[in-house]
Design a protein around this ligand. Structure first.
Ligand code: 5GP
Length: 193
């Protein structure tokens, strides 16, 4: 998505440890006009698919998922991260290792908000090693809902997540795929799509 790639080139900052900072428009300050264009692009890419629910993970997926949900005209649910040891039986839960914090979280979704009959599109801001989306896909599977696909704003194509999800047969759409970035020069290379 050209508009998004241009914005990443203009405002993205490459940090050590393969981290791309896009705090000025994606996951701290949020450019809602850009989010709307992103939402429309997901709508184009998942055209013809029946989607009844958007599922994301707190915190940085929530803003973008809300705008996407408005465009698809469906509810949005976010998985909560918790470190609670004893989780009651009225939730679906799995473990997720955080790329940015290096910690393992339990993520939970109430059984009230996900279940048989739901056709779910996963949405997240970044795809790195794929742990967040794999965790969400596990919750969908455990709930008996159908996983329609996954939409991510920025995939770091040099990390393993995209391959893992595609190899599992998940319909994955990434609006910008970063194939390389240099923390010395700040140079970012995108995959041609
Ligand atoms: P994964 O689970 O695919 O390894 O990582 C995805 C999650 O880590 C995303 O939800 C995102 O919040 C965070 N993340 C991964 N890589 C980056 C990055 O380069 N920049 C930012 N801002 N967040 C990232």
């Amino acid at each position: 998505m050209q508009l998004l790639e241009d914005r990443i080139r203009k405002d993205g900052k490459v940090r050590e440890g393969n981290v791309l900072k896009v705090d000025s428009f994606l996951n701290h300050q949020m450019d809602v006009n850009l989010f709307r264009e992103i939402g429309k692009e997901f709508q184009r890419r998942f055209a013809g698919e029946e989607i009844t629910k958007i599922l994301t993970i707190e915190a940085s997926g929530i803003g973008i998922a809300c705008v996407v949900a408005e465009i698809f005209n469906v509810p949005v649910v976010f998985a909560k991260k918790t470190q609670t040891k004893n989780i009651a039986g009225d939730v679906y839960t799995t473990k997720v290792e955080s790329f940015t914090h290096g910690r393992v979280y339990d993520i939970i979704v109430s059984k009230e908000f996900l279940g048989k009959g739901d056709k779910v599109l996963l949405i997240d801001d970044f795809l790195a090693n794929g742990k967040a989306l794999e965790g969400l896909a596990t919750l969908v599977q455990d709930s008996g809902a159908e996983l329609v696909g996954a939409g991510v704003v920025i995939e770091k194509g040099f990390q393993i997540g995209g391959k893992l999800l595609r190899d599992r047969g998940i319909h994955l759409e990434s609006l910008a795929i970063v194939d390389g970035m240099d923390d010395k020069t700040g140079e970012i290379t995108f995959r041609k799509q």
